[in-house]
Design a protein around this ligand. Structure first.
Ligand SMILES: *Cc1c(COP(=O)(O)O)cnc(C)c1O
Length: 397
């Protein structure tokens, strides 16, 4: 008798490197107190007033029923108000805002809602892993858009072959970007809108790092580009902007006709975000709009970026400072593969970083360092990297 096998759609998922990293981390932990700068999970709690809102909301007897998948009217109104306040973008809270259980939820289901086997999706390479995974889960085809330093990590739309432009149904973009930590000017989004209109392509922009930006830089929304709402949607999340990653709340905004199939799919799968968490999210947006409360995440990660890059530069590892995100995209010494380098760093310095190749073929030659520890830990990581001598070592054959 043959043993049942898991579904074929799981077989192409490439989470292998993350589990391999986790296993090697366990081995290294016998030798070191490991400093984990791998996964981009915020290490700080939400602001005290948000925890207070959550605490009060969970005492109410009327918050324990099934919430609505699309989000409460108050939640959707707060998102619409905040988009006007923050980006000058007008949204209809009923039809152009939909709650998500994390952007991951929306991004994972978007391809399933929009593409069939044999259809083509344009995905950034390197890219946040769920983009490619969702396309694979939907059984559709991927066309990688290389993000390269010489183009400011923006995809070269002109370089997309004519046949690919005709076939593509959906394009996924993400600025400020994970893993490369690059940002995009509004002018680029305007080019994307023209391109998408010409070829009838849906654009999905992931703006998870909208509030995690430095030196006064304010990342734009894709929906600020003229005509963007005719072709696109945008995902945004409370995970990074408000240190609420564990709360699982985010939203998708923009073109009603593009959001609708995702809403239909989700209404079949889940019943929405716990009411008290929605209340917490509303409070986060309202406090931001009131001007009374300064969102601390920009300043916090800016300081960490500066501490880490100054330290690494002192030991001979010079890295371009990012304008946003919680990541540093660090070129590695010539001759190493990013896997070899990341594993050696773990074995000899007890520091976890993610090999660039985990995010796609174009990520080779880099590692991603997450700024998820306090400044003194980052300095300890620098000290250990220096002591390991890895930057001076000959690459393995
Ligand atoms: C962290 C992150 C998210 C946030 O995902 P949630 O599911 O909302 O926690 C989305 N996109 C990118 C690129 C991220 O790095």
């Amino acid at each position: 008798m043959s043993r049942p096998e898991p579904s074929r759609r799981l077989q192409n998922l490439s989470s292998a490197i993350f589990s391999e990293m986790a296993q090697r981390k366990q081995e290294a932990a016998r030798k070191f107190r490991v400093i984990d700068l791998g996964i981009g999970s915020p290490d700080q709690p939400p602001a005290p007033h948000l925890i207070q809102t959550l605490t009060e909301a969970v005492q109410r007897p009327d918050v324990y029923g099934y919430p609505l998948s699309e989000g409460s009217p108050r939640f959707r109104q707060a998102v619409a108000d905040w988009y006007t306040y923050r980006f000058g973008v007008a949204l209809d809270p009923q039809r152009e805002v939909h709650a998500l259980m994390g952007s991951q939820d929306g991004l994972a289901h978007l391809a399933m809602a929009w593409v069939d086997p044999g259809e083509l999706v344009l995905v950034p390479d390197p890219g946040y892993p769920i983009y490619a995974a969702s396309v694979q889960l939907a059984g559709a085809e991927l066309y990688p858009l290389p993000l390269r330093a010489e183009n400011g990590y923006l995809p070269d739309l002109e370089a997309i072959p004519a046949e690919v432009r005709q076939r593509a149904k959906l394009m996924i973009l993400n600025y400020p970007n994970n893993p490369v930590a690059a940002v995009a000017p509004l002018a680029f989004f305007e080019q994307v809108v023209q391109f998408a209109k010409r070829y009838g392509i849906i654009v999905a922009h992931d703006l998870a790092y909208s509030e995690m930006a430095f030196d006064g830089y304010r990342p734009p929304s894709f929906l600020q580009a003229a005509g963007a709402k005719e072709v696109g949607i945008e995902f945004n999340s409370f995970s990074k902007s408000f240190n609420m990653a564990g709360c699982r709340i985010a939203y998708v905004v923009g073109n009603e006709r593009i959001i609708q199939p995702l809403a239909v799919l989700k209404s079949n799968i889940d019943y929405g975000v716990f009411h008290p968490v929605q209340e917490m999210a509303i409070a986060a947006l309202e406090a931001d709009m009131s001007g009374r409360y300064r969102n601390p995440v920009g300043a916090l990660y800016q300081e960490r970026r500066d501490v880490l890059l100054a330290g690494l530069s002192r030991i001979g590892w010079t890295i371009e400072p990012p304008k946003a995100t919680m990541f540093v995209w660090a070129p590695i010494p010539a001759g190493w593969s990013s896997r070899q380098f990341a594993f050696r760093l773990l074995e000899e310095a007890g520091v976890v970083v993610i090999p660039g190749s985990a995010f796609g073929r174009e990520g080779e030659g880099y590692v991603r360092i997450a700024l998820v520890k306090q400044a003194d830990e980052l300095l300890e990581a620098v000290r250990r990297i220096e002591q390991s001598g890895i930057l001076q070592q000959k690459p393995p054959q």
